[in-house]
Design a protein around this ligand. Structure first.
Ligand code: NAD
Length: 433
């Protein structure tokens, strides 16, 4: 099939590369010229396992190309995906300006052939309808608008796109449904479902899914905080709960709160959408407020242990909002570091892949280590914020020699408390009694 993807960010690039890999001709469009130039030279602007190889191979074989010329891409394609960003406005509502701008540009670009416009971005119910109106104002050529939300996880995005749990297609046109099924058939050969539904329901599935995920995290964090007060160990509690198949063991890991480009903004959007429809979103609001508090929890622990933080030297391991990504959007590390900086602490940070993004956020307000150990020299404490594999089993003897005070704040509960205490470390986790 002939396909365009507009908006080549974390989602668009993976979708474009993935669809080209199954034999489609894919043109990726972005307004960021530097990004297009880099991609043409096989330089990948984000860190995502397996993506570089996919882009290189498909570009070499002529199925994948990059351009900033949206009009030409639209003319050449039957299926046009829009995967532009949908960030939060200050009041929590969704900023749909890029979505609507792209709709206008598509409407203006259509010449004389039928097109299917597919929305991949996470958008409130009613957006597809509005996109249809915008395009209709600009062309008399027939077209369809489809909602096809994306569920990939950063850090595992290629694998998730190539082997999705489910595909959601929102359309009111049975022929379009068949075509979309054909497009996705190669990705669900093990029998995972392609679910066809109304456009509004498809738009809602994405928010509802993210809300459940965020709820699980806020709930386990609330449980962890109570565990701490009553002397229980949330790690035992988590395992005990997770064995119940109705609860399940996934996504109930306590920590420093959820971050990233999706859960925080989607939860806030859900609250706002409810408000717009005069519905109080009690649980969603609680999920959001628990998370806002949780992002400060490590700072509170550090403050209560170290007291005056002025000139205290603090090492931070992990800056990305989760492992295996360089994405720092809404990362809990930003909150923790900013709170520490406000108290005039000195920060020495390391992340395996997010250092460039961290420099864009903190500049020279913090120092950056070339290795995790380099950050530890004469520090008053180590704070672990992202559970990268390389932090899981470090050389504790070496750490003991480097650190001034042997204190670890483990924001992801990855360390064995007994072992650390035997080695003379003071340990603070999340909800571990
Ligand atoms: P992103 O910010 O990484 O990328 C968006 C891209 O769109 C940018 O490269 C930007 O230059 C481009 N763009 C904006 N306006 C444009 C225009 N008029 N013409 C051409 N290009 C334009 O965003 P993302 O993280 O890939 O997210 C995209 C959407 O997918 C969002 O709605 C998000 O909620 C959703 N989503 C994201 C993830 C994720 O893990 N990142 C997962 C599922 C769904």
């Amino acid at each position: 099939m002939k396909i365009s993807i507009i908006g080549i960010g974390y989602v668009g690039l993976v979708v474009g590369a993935g669809l080209s890999d199954s034999g489609n001709d894919v043109i990726c469009v972005d307004k960021a010229e530097a990004k297009i130039k880099a991609l043409k030279e096989n330089r990948i602007p984000i860190y995502e396992l397996g993506l570089e190889e996919l882009v290189k191979r498909n570009q070499k074989e002529g199925r994948l190309s990059f351009t900033d010329n949206l009009k030409q891409a639209v003319i050449k394609s039957e299926l046009i995906f829009s995967a532009v960003g949908t960030p939060s406005n200050n009041d929590g509502s969704v900023d749909l300006s890029d979505v609507y701008k792209v709709a206008e540009e598509i409407g203006d670009a259509i010449e004389d052939e039928y097109k299917i416009i597919i929305n991949k971005s996470t958008v409130p119910v009613g957006t597809a309808k509005k996109v249809r109106e915008i395009i209709k104002e600009r062309t008399n050529v027939p077209f369809d608008v489809v909602s096809n939300p994306e569920f990939l996880k950063e850090g595992n995005a290629v694998e998730d796109f190539m082997k999705p749990d489910r595909i959601i297609i929102g359309t009111d046109n049975p022929e379009v449904a068949l075509l979309m099924k054909e497009l996705y058939e190669p990705f669900v050969r093990t029998g995972n479902p392609i679910l066809i539904m109304g456009i509004e329901s498809a738009e809602m599935v994405k928010y509802a899914s993210n809300l459940i995920l965020a709820t699980k995290i806020s709930l386990i964090n609330e449980i962890a905080n109570l565990c701490e007060r009553v002397g229980a160990n949330v790690e035992d509690v988590r395992r005990g709960m997770g064995s119940d198949p109705r609860i399940g063991s996934k996504f109930i890991f306590p920590g420093v709160g959820y971050g990233g480009s999706c859960l925080p903004k989607d939860v806030k959007a859900f609250i706002h959408i409810g408000r717009a429809h005069k519905l109080k979103m009690h649980i969603t609001k609680a999920v959001d407020s628990v998370n806002e508090n949780q992002k400060k929890i490590i700072f509170k622990k550090i403050k209560s242990h170290l007291g005056n933080l002025e000139n205290k030297r603090i090492a931070i391991w992990g800056l990305a909002f989760k492992p295996k990504t360089d994405d720092m959007r809404e990362a809990p590390s930003i909150i923790t570091i900013n709170l520490l900086l406000k108290e005039r602490a000195r920060i020495y940070a390391y992340d395996p892949v997010a250092m460039d993004n961290a420099r864009k956020i903190f500049g020279n307000k913090i120092e950056y280590g070339r290795t995790p150990y380099e950050c530890l020299k004469t520090v008053d404490a180590l704070v672990l914020l992202t559970e990268w594999n390389e932090f899981r089993n470090p050389d504790f003897e070496k750490m003991s020699r480097l650190m001034k005070s042997k204190v670890i704040f483990d924001g992801r509960n990855i360390y064995n408390i007994r072992r650390l205490r035997e080695l003379g470390f003071e340990y603070y986790g999340i909800g571990r009694g």
